[in-house]
Design a protein around this ligand. Structure first.
Ligand code: ZN
Length: 176
């Protein structure tokens, strides 16, 4: 019989296990492994490199799964693929981040204005480093909470904060 749930992805592992919801899941995190060696916890058949962490209100555990199963679990294959593509894009951007042409402000701090509207400033506080990320169109800012031992660490932390802001758009809250 052909129909939903009968293809190779949704026919194995927890897809067949009673008590495991098949839809209504939500992605809470995504990460890249060094190798394609994570066994998808839903189909228990595919080894994946990009791991989508999925949660469900009626299931106790977070399941760490591949893109295809994530798409079925949230009933949005296109959305899952887009999320993974955006994540890969962020990762390659992060790898180039330290090599970008940082400029130096009048106060002597390195800064960068990105094409997507962020101003990132890195500064030293005594022997430690910190950073500030501003979303220029809204003026929304975040300042690092942790001290960083090196300027590069502060730059990478600022990058992660910037990407987090880009995806969560905290400046848009209250406007909906
Ligand atoms: Zn799977």
């Amino acid at each position: 019989m052909v129909g939903s749930g009968s293809d190779e992805t949704t026919g194995t592992g927890k897809w067949n296990q009673p008590g495991v919801p098949h839809k209504g899941w939500r992605c809470v995190d995504i990460e890249e492994r060094d190798e394609q060696d994570h066994l998808c916890e839903m189909c228990e058949a595919r080894q994946v490199r990009f791991v989508h962490a999925m949660e469900h209100p009626a299931y106790d555990e977070i399941l760490r799964v591949g893109c295809v199963c994530a798409g079925h679990m949230e009933e949005d294959l296109v959305g899952a693929r887009k999320r993974e593509a955006a994540y890969k894009n962020d990762r390659s951007r992060r790898a180039r981040w330290l090599q970008r042409a940082w400029r130096t402000s009048a106060a002597g701090n390195e800064f960068l204005n990105t094409n997507d509207g962020f101003n990132v400033v890195i500064y030293s506080k005594g022997t430690i480093w910190g950073g500030r990320v501003e979303h220029r169109p809204s003026g929304y800012q975040r300042t690092s909470k942790l001290p960083y031992a090196t300027q590069d660490e502060a730059k990478l932390a600022a990058f992660d904060a910037m990407v987090g802001m880009k995806h969560s758009e905290p400046w848009a809250k209250g406007r909906r």
